[in-house]
Write a protein that binds this ligand. Structure first.
Ligand code: FAD
Length: 554
Protein backbone atom coordinates (compact mmCIF):
# COMPACT_ATOMS: atom_id res chain seq x y z
CA UNK A 1 0.00 0.00 0.00
CA UNK A 2 1.27 3.46 -0.87
CA UNK A 3 2.24 5.90 1.88
CA UNK A 4 0.55 8.72 0.00
CA UNK A 5 -2.19 10.22 2.09
CA UNK A 6 -5.38 11.42 0.49
CA UNK A 7 -6.65 14.39 2.43
CA UNK A 8 -10.00 16.05 1.88
CA UNK A 9 -10.71 19.47 3.37
CA UNK A 10 -14.26 20.80 3.64
CA UNK A 11 -14.28 24.62 3.63
CA UNK A 12 -11.60 26.72 1.97
CA UNK A 13 -11.36 29.87 4.06
CA UNK A 14 -9.62 30.45 7.42
CA UNK A 15 -9.18 26.98 8.98
CA UNK A 16 -9.41 25.03 5.73
CA UNK A 17 -6.88 27.06 3.77
CA UNK A 18 -4.41 27.08 6.70
CA UNK A 19 -4.67 23.31 7.00
CA UNK A 20 -4.16 22.83 3.25
CA UNK A 21 -1.03 24.99 3.10
CA UNK A 22 0.46 23.35 6.21
CA UNK A 23 -0.17 19.86 4.84
CA UNK A 24 1.69 20.68 1.68
CA UNK A 25 4.61 22.06 3.68
CA UNK A 26 4.73 18.78 5.61
CA UNK A 27 4.27 16.43 2.68
CA UNK A 28 5.08 16.72 -1.00
CA UNK A 29 3.33 13.36 -1.45
CA UNK A 30 -0.07 14.12 -0.02
CA UNK A 31 -3.04 14.34 -2.38
CA UNK A 32 -4.97 17.32 -1.09
CA UNK A 33 -8.47 18.21 -2.28
CA UNK A 34 -10.24 21.24 -0.87
CA UNK A 35 -14.00 21.56 -1.43
CA UNK A 36 -15.52 24.98 -1.02
CA UNK A 37 -19.22 25.68 -1.50
CA UNK A 38 -18.66 29.34 -2.40
CA UNK A 39 -16.93 30.87 -5.41
CA UNK A 40 -13.84 31.94 -3.48
CA UNK A 41 -11.34 30.46 -1.08
CA UNK A 42 -9.08 32.06 1.46
CA UNK A 43 -10.74 35.48 1.37
CA UNK A 44 -10.44 38.09 4.08
CA UNK A 45 -13.90 37.81 5.64
CA UNK A 46 -12.77 40.13 8.45
CA UNK A 47 -12.09 42.83 5.84
CA UNK A 48 -15.56 42.80 4.27
CA UNK A 49 -17.15 45.57 6.37
CA UNK A 50 -14.21 47.81 5.42
CA UNK A 51 -14.77 47.23 1.71
CA UNK A 52 -18.45 48.11 2.10
CA UNK A 53 -17.50 51.24 4.06
CA UNK A 54 -14.90 52.28 1.47
CA UNK A 55 -11.70 51.88 3.56
CA UNK A 56 -10.59 49.02 1.28
CA UNK A 57 -11.75 50.28 -2.13
CA UNK A 58 -10.30 47.42 -4.19
CA UNK A 59 -12.35 44.22 -3.77
CA UNK A 60 -9.43 42.12 -5.06
CA UNK A 61 -7.42 43.06 -1.97
CA UNK A 62 -9.74 40.76 -0.02
CA UNK A 63 -8.68 37.75 -2.06
CA UNK A 64 -5.76 36.49 -0.03
CA UNK A 65 -5.33 33.42 -2.27
CA UNK A 66 -7.18 32.52 -5.45
CA UNK A 67 -7.85 28.86 -6.36
CA UNK A 68 -5.28 29.23 -9.16
CA UNK A 69 -2.58 30.56 -6.81
CA UNK A 70 -3.32 27.81 -4.30
CA UNK A 71 -3.09 25.21 -7.04
CA UNK A 72 0.14 26.63 -8.44
CA UNK A 73 2.03 27.22 -5.22
CA UNK A 74 0.76 24.35 -3.07
CA UNK A 75 -0.44 21.83 -5.67
CA UNK A 76 -3.83 21.64 -4.03
CA UNK A 77 -6.83 20.48 -5.98
CA UNK A 78 -9.21 23.34 -5.19
CA UNK A 79 -12.84 22.74 -6.11
CA UNK A 80 -14.97 25.81 -5.60
CA UNK A 81 -18.75 25.76 -5.90
CA UNK A 82 -18.61 22.17 -4.73
CA UNK A 83 -20.57 21.28 -1.60
CA UNK A 84 -19.81 18.19 0.45
CA UNK A 85 -23.24 16.69 1.04
CA UNK A 86 -22.43 13.66 3.16
CA UNK A 87 -19.66 11.65 4.76
CA UNK A 88 -19.58 7.86 4.71
CA UNK A 89 -17.27 6.93 7.58
CA UNK A 90 -17.30 3.20 6.77
CA UNK A 91 -16.07 3.61 3.20
CA UNK A 92 -14.11 6.79 4.08
CA UNK A 93 -15.73 8.72 1.26
CA UNK A 94 -17.49 12.03 0.85
CA UNK A 95 -20.31 12.74 -1.58
CA UNK A 96 -19.95 16.07 -3.29
CA UNK A 97 -22.33 18.12 -5.42
CA UNK A 98 -20.97 20.42 -8.09
CA UNK A 99 -23.27 23.41 -7.53
CA UNK A 100 -22.93 24.58 -11.15
CA UNK A 101 -23.64 21.32 -12.98
CA UNK A 102 -25.53 19.62 -10.08
CA UNK A 103 -23.47 16.50 -10.75
CA UNK A 104 -22.76 14.37 -7.69
CA UNK A 105 -19.63 12.33 -7.19
CA UNK A 106 -17.78 10.57 -4.38
CA UNK A 107 -14.17 10.83 -3.39
CA UNK A 108 -12.26 8.87 -0.77
CA UNK A 109 -9.96 10.07 1.95
CA UNK A 110 -7.45 8.78 4.44
CA UNK A 111 -8.01 11.86 6.58
CA UNK A 112 -10.81 14.41 6.42
CA UNK A 113 -10.64 17.94 7.86
CA UNK A 114 -13.89 19.79 8.44
CA UNK A 115 -13.67 23.58 8.55
CA UNK A 116 -17.24 24.55 7.58
CA UNK A 117 -17.41 27.64 9.81
CA UNK A 118 -20.50 29.18 11.36
CA UNK A 119 -23.63 30.57 9.75
CA UNK A 120 -25.46 33.77 10.68
CA UNK A 121 -28.27 33.19 13.11
CA UNK A 122 -31.63 34.20 11.61
CA UNK A 123 -34.50 34.75 14.05
CA UNK A 124 -37.91 33.28 13.16
CA UNK A 125 -39.40 36.78 12.75
CA UNK A 126 -42.33 37.15 10.35
CA UNK A 127 -41.02 38.56 7.04
CA UNK A 128 -37.35 37.76 7.74
CA UNK A 129 -37.07 35.90 4.40
CA UNK A 130 -37.42 39.19 2.44
CA UNK A 131 -34.59 39.72 -0.05
CA UNK A 132 -34.03 43.06 1.69
CA UNK A 133 -32.92 41.26 4.85
CA UNK A 134 -29.21 40.67 4.35
CA UNK A 135 -26.45 38.83 6.25
CA UNK A 136 -22.67 39.06 5.89
CA UNK A 137 -20.64 35.90 5.67
CA UNK A 138 -19.38 35.36 2.11
CA UNK A 139 -18.04 37.68 -0.59
CA UNK A 140 -21.36 37.21 -2.41
CA UNK A 141 -23.15 38.49 0.72
CA UNK A 142 -20.77 41.44 0.76
CA UNK A 143 -21.48 42.21 -2.89
CA UNK A 144 -25.24 42.13 -2.21
CA UNK A 145 -24.89 44.55 0.69
CA UNK A 146 -22.57 46.81 -1.28
CA UNK A 147 -25.03 46.90 -4.16
CA UNK A 148 -27.86 47.80 -1.78
CA UNK A 149 -25.70 50.57 -0.29
CA UNK A 150 -24.57 51.84 -3.70
CA UNK A 151 -28.14 51.96 -4.97
CA UNK A 152 -29.72 53.55 -1.97
CA UNK A 153 -27.46 56.31 -0.73
CA UNK A 154 -29.30 58.58 1.70
CA UNK A 155 -31.67 55.79 2.61
CA UNK A 156 -32.29 54.48 6.04
CA UNK A 157 -30.83 51.09 6.99
CA UNK A 158 -31.39 48.97 10.05
CA UNK A 159 -28.65 46.87 11.61
CA UNK A 160 -29.87 44.20 13.99
CA UNK A 161 -27.35 43.12 16.63
CA UNK A 162 -24.63 45.30 18.16
CA UNK A 163 -21.87 42.69 18.28
CA UNK A 164 -18.62 42.76 16.27
CA UNK A 165 -20.18 42.51 12.81
CA UNK A 166 -23.17 44.73 13.65
CA UNK A 167 -20.94 47.51 14.98
CA UNK A 168 -18.47 47.25 12.09
CA UNK A 169 -21.36 47.34 9.62
CA UNK A 170 -22.94 50.31 11.40
CA UNK A 171 -19.70 52.25 10.99
CA UNK A 172 -19.38 51.16 7.35
CA UNK A 173 -22.92 52.31 6.50
CA UNK A 174 -22.53 55.63 8.32
CA UNK A 175 -19.32 56.23 6.39
CA UNK A 176 -21.32 55.70 3.19
CA UNK A 177 -23.81 58.38 4.22
CA UNK A 178 -26.59 56.01 5.27
CA UNK A 179 -28.57 56.81 8.40
CA UNK A 180 -28.57 53.77 10.61
CA UNK A 181 -30.92 52.46 13.27
CA UNK A 182 -29.08 49.90 15.38
CA UNK A 183 -31.35 47.48 17.20
CA UNK A 184 -30.02 45.34 20.05
CA UNK A 185 -32.01 42.96 22.20
CA UNK A 186 -29.66 43.21 25.20
CA UNK A 187 -29.46 46.31 27.35
CA UNK A 188 -25.90 46.97 26.23
CA UNK A 189 -23.92 46.93 23.01
CA UNK A 190 -20.94 44.61 22.47
CA UNK A 191 -22.10 42.02 24.99
CA UNK A 192 -18.80 40.10 25.33
CA UNK A 193 -17.53 43.07 27.37
CA UNK A 194 -18.92 44.42 30.63
CA UNK A 195 -21.56 47.13 30.23
CA UNK A 196 -19.65 50.06 31.78
CA UNK A 197 -16.74 49.52 29.37
CA UNK A 198 -19.11 50.09 26.45
CA UNK A 199 -20.25 53.56 27.64
CA UNK A 200 -17.63 55.43 25.56
CA UNK A 201 -18.89 53.52 22.52
CA UNK A 202 -22.41 54.78 23.14
CA UNK A 203 -21.04 58.31 22.83
CA UNK A 204 -19.38 57.36 19.53
CA UNK A 205 -22.64 56.01 18.14
CA UNK A 206 -24.51 59.13 19.23
CA UNK A 207 -21.89 61.51 17.80
CA UNK A 208 -22.11 59.70 14.48
CA UNK A 209 -25.89 59.96 14.35
CA UNK A 210 -26.68 56.29 14.95
CA UNK A 211 -30.17 55.74 16.35
CA UNK A 212 -29.47 53.03 18.93
CA UNK A 213 -32.39 51.07 20.35
CA UNK A 214 -31.34 48.85 23.23
CA UNK A 215 -33.55 46.18 24.80
CA UNK A 216 -35.47 46.04 21.53
CA UNK A 217 -36.17 43.41 18.90
CA UNK A 218 -38.04 43.25 15.60
CA UNK A 219 -41.43 41.55 15.79
CA UNK A 220 -42.53 41.92 12.15
CA UNK A 221 -41.02 42.80 8.77
CA UNK A 222 -43.28 43.92 5.88
CA UNK A 223 -42.26 44.95 2.36
CA UNK A 224 -44.01 48.18 1.43
CA UNK A 225 -43.23 50.31 -1.66
CA UNK A 226 -39.69 49.10 -2.29
CA UNK A 227 -38.71 49.31 1.33
CA UNK A 228 -39.26 47.53 4.61
CA UNK A 229 -41.49 48.52 7.46
CA UNK A 230 -40.28 47.02 10.71
CA UNK A 231 -42.40 46.71 13.80
CA UNK A 232 -40.33 46.74 16.97
CA UNK A 233 -41.01 45.08 20.31
CA UNK A 234 -41.90 48.52 21.73
CA UNK A 235 -44.54 48.85 18.93
CA UNK A 236 -42.52 51.56 17.19
CA UNK A 237 -42.38 51.37 13.37
CA UNK A 238 -39.14 51.92 11.46
CA UNK A 239 -38.80 52.17 7.68
CA UNK A 240 -35.61 50.95 6.02
CA UNK A 241 -34.30 50.19 2.55
CA UNK A 242 -32.72 47.02 3.92
CA UNK A 243 -31.81 45.26 7.13
CA UNK A 244 -28.43 43.79 8.03
CA UNK A 245 -29.10 40.86 10.33
CA UNK A 246 -26.07 40.32 12.57
CA UNK A 247 -27.30 38.77 15.78
CA UNK A 248 -24.57 36.15 16.04
CA UNK A 249 -23.50 32.93 14.39
CA UNK A 250 -24.06 29.25 15.02
CA UNK A 251 -21.65 26.45 14.11
CA UNK A 252 -22.40 24.61 10.84
CA UNK A 253 -22.63 21.07 12.12
CA UNK A 254 -25.25 19.40 9.92
CA UNK A 255 -22.70 17.46 7.89
CA UNK A 256 -20.86 16.31 11.03
CA UNK A 257 -24.06 15.43 12.87
CA UNK A 258 -25.44 13.41 9.93
CA UNK A 259 -22.16 11.46 9.87
CA UNK A 260 -22.59 10.57 13.55
CA UNK A 261 -19.78 12.79 14.81
CA UNK A 262 -20.27 13.94 18.39
CA UNK A 263 -21.75 17.40 18.89
CA UNK A 264 -21.00 19.00 22.26
CA UNK A 265 -23.32 20.75 24.69
CA UNK A 266 -22.58 24.17 23.15
CA UNK A 267 -23.70 22.98 19.70
CA UNK A 268 -20.16 22.81 18.29
CA UNK A 269 -18.36 19.68 17.05
CA UNK A 270 -16.53 17.89 19.87
CA UNK A 271 -12.79 17.53 19.30
CA UNK A 272 -9.82 16.46 21.40
CA UNK A 273 -6.68 18.55 21.84
CA UNK A 274 -5.38 17.25 18.48
CA UNK A 275 -8.54 18.64 16.80
CA UNK A 276 -9.69 15.06 16.20
CA UNK A 277 -13.39 14.20 16.33
CA UNK A 278 -14.71 10.94 17.76
CA UNK A 279 -13.73 9.41 14.40
CA UNK A 280 -9.90 9.29 14.44
CA UNK A 281 -9.77 9.87 10.67
CA UNK A 282 -11.85 13.05 10.85
CA UNK A 283 -10.58 16.34 12.23
CA UNK A 284 -12.61 19.52 12.74
CA UNK A 285 -11.42 23.09 13.25
CA UNK A 286 -12.56 26.70 13.38
CA UNK A 287 -15.94 28.23 14.13
CA UNK A 288 -17.67 24.84 13.92
CA UNK A 289 -15.91 23.33 16.96
CA UNK A 290 -16.17 23.85 20.68
CA UNK A 291 -12.96 24.30 22.64
CA UNK A 292 -12.02 24.48 26.34
CA UNK A 293 -11.74 27.93 27.87
CA UNK A 294 -8.24 28.64 29.18
CA UNK A 295 -9.42 29.85 32.57
CA UNK A 296 -11.89 27.17 33.57
CA UNK A 297 -11.82 24.39 31.00
CA UNK A 298 -15.53 24.86 30.21
CA UNK A 299 -16.39 24.14 26.58
CA UNK A 300 -17.03 27.36 24.64
CA UNK A 301 -17.73 28.60 21.14
CA UNK A 302 -15.37 31.47 20.32
CA UNK A 303 -15.69 32.09 16.59
CA UNK A 304 -12.51 34.01 15.85
CA UNK A 305 -10.05 33.96 12.96
CA UNK A 306 -6.86 33.40 15.01
CA UNK A 307 -8.01 30.15 16.64
CA UNK A 308 -9.41 28.86 13.30
CA UNK A 309 -6.07 29.43 11.53
CA UNK A 310 -4.03 27.85 14.34
CA UNK A 311 -6.35 24.87 14.64
CA UNK A 312 -6.08 24.21 10.87
CA UNK A 313 -2.33 24.03 11.25
CA UNK A 314 -2.60 21.75 14.30
CA UNK A 315 -4.93 19.30 12.54
CA UNK A 316 -2.45 19.10 9.64
CA UNK A 317 0.44 18.43 12.03
CA UNK A 318 -1.38 15.58 13.72
CA UNK A 319 -2.33 13.93 10.44
CA UNK A 320 1.38 13.80 9.66
CA UNK A 321 2.40 12.40 13.02
CA UNK A 322 3.53 15.66 14.65
CA UNK A 323 1.99 15.77 18.11
CA UNK A 324 0.62 19.26 18.09
CA UNK A 325 -2.06 20.36 20.52
CA UNK A 326 -4.62 23.14 20.80
CA UNK A 327 -4.78 23.86 24.49
CA UNK A 328 -7.62 26.33 24.84
CA UNK A 329 -9.11 29.65 23.78
CA UNK A 330 -9.32 32.78 25.90
CA UNK A 331 -11.48 35.06 23.77
CA UNK A 332 -8.91 37.71 22.89
CA UNK A 333 -10.70 40.07 20.52
CA UNK A 334 -10.84 43.69 19.40
CA UNK A 335 -13.44 45.76 17.58
CA UNK A 336 -13.21 49.24 16.06
CA UNK A 337 -16.19 51.55 16.45
CA UNK A 338 -15.56 54.88 14.68
CA UNK A 339 -12.69 56.55 16.60
CA UNK A 340 -12.48 53.99 19.40
CA UNK A 341 -11.38 50.42 19.86
CA UNK A 342 -12.67 48.03 22.49
CA UNK A 343 -10.72 44.89 23.27
CA UNK A 344 -10.93 42.07 25.76
CA UNK A 345 -9.23 38.88 26.83
CA UNK A 346 -10.01 36.20 29.40
CA UNK A 347 -13.19 36.23 31.46
CA UNK A 348 -15.47 39.24 31.78
CA UNK A 349 -16.90 40.28 35.12
CA UNK A 350 -20.35 39.02 34.15
CA UNK A 351 -18.84 35.63 33.26
CA UNK A 352 -17.00 35.50 36.58
CA UNK A 353 -20.25 36.27 38.39
CA UNK A 354 -22.11 33.62 36.41
CA UNK A 355 -19.41 31.07 37.23
CA UNK A 356 -19.47 32.07 40.91
CA UNK A 357 -15.70 32.71 40.83
CA UNK A 358 -13.87 34.83 43.37
CA UNK A 359 -12.58 38.04 41.76
CA UNK A 360 -11.60 41.66 42.35
CA UNK A 361 -11.43 44.42 39.75
CA UNK A 362 -9.63 47.71 39.26
CA UNK A 363 -9.88 50.40 36.58
CA UNK A 364 -7.18 52.79 35.39
CA UNK A 365 -7.29 55.56 32.78
CA UNK A 366 -3.67 56.15 31.71
CA UNK A 367 -2.51 57.96 28.57
CA UNK A 368 -1.73 55.85 25.51
CA UNK A 369 1.74 57.40 25.43
CA UNK A 370 3.56 60.18 27.31
CA UNK A 371 0.95 62.92 27.54
CA UNK A 372 3.53 65.63 26.73
CA UNK A 373 4.16 64.05 23.32
CA UNK A 374 1.47 65.03 20.78
CA UNK A 375 -1.44 62.75 20.01
CA UNK A 376 -1.87 60.82 23.23
CA UNK A 377 -5.34 59.83 24.39
CA UNK A 378 -6.78 58.16 27.43
CA UNK A 379 -7.21 54.39 27.64
CA UNK A 380 -9.71 52.97 30.12
CA UNK A 381 -8.41 49.60 31.27
CA UNK A 382 -10.25 47.14 33.50
CA UNK A 383 -8.33 44.33 35.15
CA UNK A 384 -10.03 41.33 36.77
CA UNK A 385 -7.96 39.17 39.11
CA UNK A 386 -8.11 36.72 41.97
CA UNK A 387 -7.82 38.78 45.21
CA UNK A 388 -6.17 35.86 47.06
CA UNK A 389 -3.32 34.97 44.73
CA UNK A 390 -3.34 37.89 42.28
CA UNK A 391 -3.81 35.67 39.21
CA UNK A 392 -5.09 37.66 36.25
CA UNK A 393 -8.52 36.47 35.11
CA UNK A 394 -9.49 38.97 32.46
CA UNK A 395 -8.91 42.41 30.99
CA UNK A 396 -10.83 44.88 28.88
CA UNK A 397 -9.81 48.23 27.44
CA UNK A 398 -11.36 50.99 25.42
CA UNK A 399 -9.66 53.97 23.81
CA UNK A 400 -8.55 55.65 20.63
CA UNK A 401 -4.95 54.46 20.59
CA UNK A 402 -2.76 51.72 22.05
CA UNK A 403 -5.62 49.47 23.21
CA UNK A 404 -4.46 46.51 21.08
CA UNK A 405 -0.89 46.64 22.41
CA UNK A 406 -1.97 46.61 26.08
CA UNK A 407 -4.53 43.87 25.63
CA UNK A 408 -2.04 41.72 23.73
CA UNK A 409 0.44 42.00 26.61
CA UNK A 410 -2.32 41.10 29.06
CA UNK A 411 -3.46 38.19 26.86
CA UNK A 412 0.07 36.76 27.00
CA UNK A 413 0.20 37.31 30.78
CA UNK A 414 -3.09 35.45 31.24
CA UNK A 415 -1.94 32.60 29.00
CA UNK A 416 1.25 32.34 31.07
CA UNK A 417 -0.75 32.23 34.34
CA UNK A 418 0.80 35.49 35.59
CA UNK A 419 -0.27 37.61 38.53
CA UNK A 420 -0.88 41.33 38.91
CA UNK A 421 2.50 41.79 40.59
CA UNK A 422 4.12 40.29 37.47
CA UNK A 423 2.45 43.11 35.51
CA UNK A 424 3.99 45.65 37.86
CA UNK A 425 7.40 44.07 37.11
CA UNK A 426 6.98 43.74 33.36
CA UNK A 427 9.57 45.58 31.25
CA UNK A 428 7.90 47.08 28.19
CA UNK A 429 8.90 49.32 25.27
CA UNK A 430 9.07 52.99 26.11
CA UNK A 431 9.86 56.20 24.27
CA UNK A 432 7.48 59.19 24.47
CA UNK A 433 5.74 58.60 21.09
CA UNK A 434 4.87 55.01 22.08
CA UNK A 435 4.28 54.69 25.80
CA UNK A 436 5.17 55.89 29.25
CA UNK A 437 7.91 54.90 31.64
CA UNK A 438 5.09 53.40 33.67
CA UNK A 439 3.16 51.71 30.90
CA UNK A 440 -0.62 51.33 31.34
CA UNK A 441 0.02 47.60 31.89
CA UNK A 442 2.53 48.34 34.71
CA UNK A 443 0.15 50.89 36.11
CA UNK A 444 -2.75 48.41 36.22
CA UNK A 445 -0.36 46.01 37.98
CA UNK A 446 0.58 48.64 40.61
CA UNK A 447 -3.04 49.52 41.33
CA UNK A 448 -4.18 45.88 41.55
CA UNK A 449 -1.20 45.03 43.80
CA UNK A 450 -2.14 47.96 46.08
CA UNK A 451 -5.71 46.67 46.22
CA UNK A 452 -4.49 43.21 47.26
CA UNK A 453 -1.94 44.45 49.81
CA UNK A 454 -4.48 46.78 51.44
CA UNK A 455 -2.42 49.90 50.64
CA UNK A 456 -5.46 50.99 48.67
CA UNK A 457 -8.66 49.22 49.70
CA UNK A 458 -11.00 49.59 46.74
CA UNK A 459 -14.71 50.12 46.44
CA UNK A 460 -16.93 50.01 43.39
CA UNK A 461 -19.81 51.98 41.93
CA UNK A 462 -22.22 49.28 43.11
CA UNK A 463 -21.11 49.97 46.73
CA UNK A 464 -21.21 53.74 46.23
CA UNK A 465 -24.81 53.45 45.04
CA UNK A 466 -25.80 51.34 48.04
CA UNK A 467 -23.71 53.12 50.71
CA UNK A 468 -24.97 52.41 54.24
CA UNK A 469 -25.40 54.95 57.06
CA UNK A 470 -21.98 53.87 58.34
CA UNK A 471 -20.38 55.10 55.15
CA UNK A 472 -20.12 58.50 53.49
CA UNK A 473 -18.99 59.67 50.06
CA UNK A 474 -15.92 61.90 49.93
CA UNK A 475 -15.10 63.75 46.71
CA UNK A 476 -11.41 64.74 46.88
CA UNK A 477 -11.37 66.61 43.56
CA UNK A 478 -11.08 70.39 43.37
CA UNK A 479 -14.03 72.59 44.29
CA UNK A 480 -14.51 73.48 40.61
CA UNK A 481 -14.67 69.83 39.59
CA UNK A 482 -17.09 69.10 42.44
CA UNK A 483 -19.34 71.97 41.38
CA UNK A 484 -19.33 70.79 37.77
CA UNK A 485 -20.90 67.50 38.83
CA UNK A 486 -20.45 64.88 41.51
CA UNK A 487 -22.09 61.79 42.99
CA UNK A 488 -25.25 62.67 44.96
CA UNK A 489 -24.66 63.17 48.72
CA UNK A 490 -20.87 63.45 48.36
CA UNK A 491 -18.93 65.80 50.68
CA UNK A 492 -16.07 67.72 49.05
CA UNK A 493 -12.63 68.04 50.62
CA UNK A 494 -10.05 68.65 47.88
CA UNK A 495 -6.99 66.41 48.28
CA UNK A 496 -4.64 69.32 48.88
CA UNK A 497 -6.78 70.49 51.85
CA UNK A 498 -7.25 67.03 53.34
CA UNK A 499 -4.35 67.05 55.82
CA UNK A 500 -5.51 70.35 57.31
CA UNK A 501 -9.16 69.30 57.45
CA UNK A 502 -8.65 65.70 58.59
CA UNK A 503 -10.44 66.40 61.90
CA UNK A 504 -13.68 66.90 59.93
CA UNK A 505 -13.74 63.20 59.13
CA UNK A 506 -15.39 60.76 61.56
CA UNK A 507 -13.35 57.77 62.73
CA UNK A 508 -16.38 55.52 63.27
CA UNK A 509 -17.60 55.66 59.66
CA UNK A 510 -16.01 54.52 56.43
CA UNK A 511 -15.09 57.11 53.81
CA UNK A 512 -15.81 56.01 50.24
CA UNK A 513 -13.38 58.39 48.56
CA UNK A 514 -13.30 59.25 44.90
CA UNK A 515 -11.61 61.59 42.46
CA UNK A 516 -11.74 61.82 38.66
CA UNK A 517 -9.77 58.68 37.71
CA UNK A 518 -8.64 57.10 40.97
CA UNK A 519 -5.18 58.58 41.67
CA UNK A 520 -6.11 61.44 44.02
CA UNK A 521 -8.56 59.09 45.77
CA UNK A 522 -5.64 56.71 46.38
CA UNK A 523 -3.47 59.51 47.79
CA UNK A 524 -6.38 60.59 50.00
CA UNK A 525 -6.75 57.02 51.27
CA UNK A 526 -3.05 56.87 52.14
CA UNK A 527 -3.47 60.03 54.25
CA UNK A 528 -6.68 58.77 55.88
CA UNK A 529 -5.33 55.28 56.59
CA UNK A 530 -2.32 56.75 58.41
CA UNK A 531 -4.73 58.89 60.43
CA UNK A 532 -6.75 55.76 61.39
CA UNK A 533 -9.77 56.83 59.35
CA UNK A 534 -11.47 53.87 57.70
CA UNK A 535 -11.62 54.41 53.94
CA UNK A 536 -11.80 52.88 50.48
CA UNK A 537 -11.08 54.38 47.09
CA UNK A 538 -13.53 54.19 44.19
CA UNK A 539 -11.39 52.43 41.58
CA UNK A 540 -11.56 54.24 38.24
CA UNK A 541 -13.05 57.28 39.97
CA UNK A 542 -15.92 59.51 38.91
CA UNK A 543 -15.23 58.59 35.29
CA UNK A 544 -16.19 54.95 35.94
CA UNK A 545 -19.21 56.14 37.93
CA UNK A 546 -20.31 58.08 34.83
CA UNK A 547 -19.63 55.09 32.54
CA UNK A 548 -21.52 52.79 34.89
CA UNK A 549 -24.55 55.02 35.15
CA UNK A 550 -24.56 55.77 31.39
CA UNK A 551 -24.39 52.05 30.55
CA UNK A 552 -27.01 51.09 33.10
CA UNK A 553 -29.46 53.89 32.23
CA UNK A 554 -28.77 54.37 28.50
P1 FAD B 1 -14.98 30.17 7.44
O1 FAD B 1 -13.77 31.02 7.36
O2 FAD B 1 -16.28 30.76 7.59
O3 FAD B 1 -14.91 29.11 6.31
C1 FAD B 1 -15.87 28.08 6.19
C2 FAD B 1 -16.11 27.81 4.72
O4 FAD B 1 -16.64 26.50 4.61
C3 FAD B 1 -17.16 28.73 4.11
O5 FAD B 1 -16.60 29.46 3.04
C4 FAD B 1 -18.27 27.79 3.64
O6 FAD B 1 -18.80 28.17 2.39
C5 FAD B 1 -17.54 26.46 3.52
N1 FAD B 1 -18.41 25.30 3.71
C6 FAD B 1 -19.26 25.04 4.74
N2 FAD B 1 -19.84 23.85 4.58
C7 FAD B 1 -19.38 23.34 3.42
C8 FAD B 1 -19.62 22.13 2.73
N3 FAD B 1 -20.46 21.20 3.19
N4 FAD B 1 -18.97 21.91 1.56
C9 FAD B 1 -18.11 22.84 1.08
N5 FAD B 1 -17.84 24.01 1.70
C10 FAD B 1 -18.46 24.25 2.86
N6 FAD B 1 -12.63 37.12 13.43
C11 FAD B 1 -11.65 37.78 14.06
O7 FAD B 1 -10.90 37.15 14.83
N7 FAD B 1 -11.45 39.11 13.86
C12 FAD B 1 -12.23 39.84 13.03
O8 FAD B 1 -12.02 41.05 12.86
C13 FAD B 1 -13.30 39.19 12.38
N8 FAD B 1 -14.12 39.88 11.57
C14 FAD B 1 -15.11 39.22 10.91
C15 FAD B 1 -15.94 39.94 10.06
C16 FAD B 1 -16.94 39.29 9.36
C17 FAD B 1 -17.84 40.09 8.48
C18 FAD B 1 -17.12 37.88 9.50
C19 FAD B 1 -18.19 37.15 8.74
C20 FAD B 1 -16.30 37.16 10.35
C21 FAD B 1 -15.30 37.82 11.06
N9 FAD B 1 -14.46 37.13 11.94
C22 FAD B 1 -13.46 37.80 12.60
C23 FAD B 1 -14.63 35.69 12.20
C24 FAD B 1 -13.67 34.86 11.34
O9 FAD B 1 -13.82 35.23 10.01
C25 FAD B 1 -13.99 33.39 11.56
O10 FAD B 1 -13.77 33.07 12.91
C26 FAD B 1 -13.15 32.47 10.67
O11 FAD B 1 -13.28 32.78 9.33
C27 FAD B 1 -13.57 31.02 10.90
O12 FAD B 1 -12.87 30.17 10.06
P2 FAD B 1 -13.51 28.78 9.58
O13 FAD B 1 -12.53 28.15 8.68
O14 FAD B 1 -13.99 28.04 10.75
O15 FAD B 1 -14.81 29.21 8.79
Amino acid sequence: MSNTKRIIIVGGVAGGASAAARIRRLSEEAEITMFERGKNISFANCGMPYHIGGDIPNRDNLLVQTPEQMQKRYRIDVRTQCEVKSINRQTKTVTVENLVTHEQFTQNYDALILSPGAEPFIPPTNGVKSSRVLTLRSLEDMDRIKEAVDKSLNQQAVVVGAGYIGLEMTEALVKRGISVTLIELANQIFTPADAEMTAPLLEQLETNGVDLKLGTSITNISEINNSLELTLSNNEKVTAGYVIMSIGVKPEVNLARAAGLKIGSTGGIEVNENMQTNDPNIYAVGDAVEVPHLLNGNKVLLPLAGPANRQGRIAADNIFGRKSIYKSSQGTAICKIFDLAIAMTGLSEKNLKRLGKRYEKIYVHPASHASYYPGSSQITLKLLFDPENGKILGAQAVGADGVDKRLDVLAVAIRAGRTVSDLADQELCYAPPYGSAKDPVNYAGFVASNAISGDMPVCHVEQILSASENQYLLDVRSKAEFQAGTIPNAKNIPLDELRNRISELPKDKEALAFCQVGLRGYLACRIMQQNKIPCRNLTGGYKIYKYYTAANNP
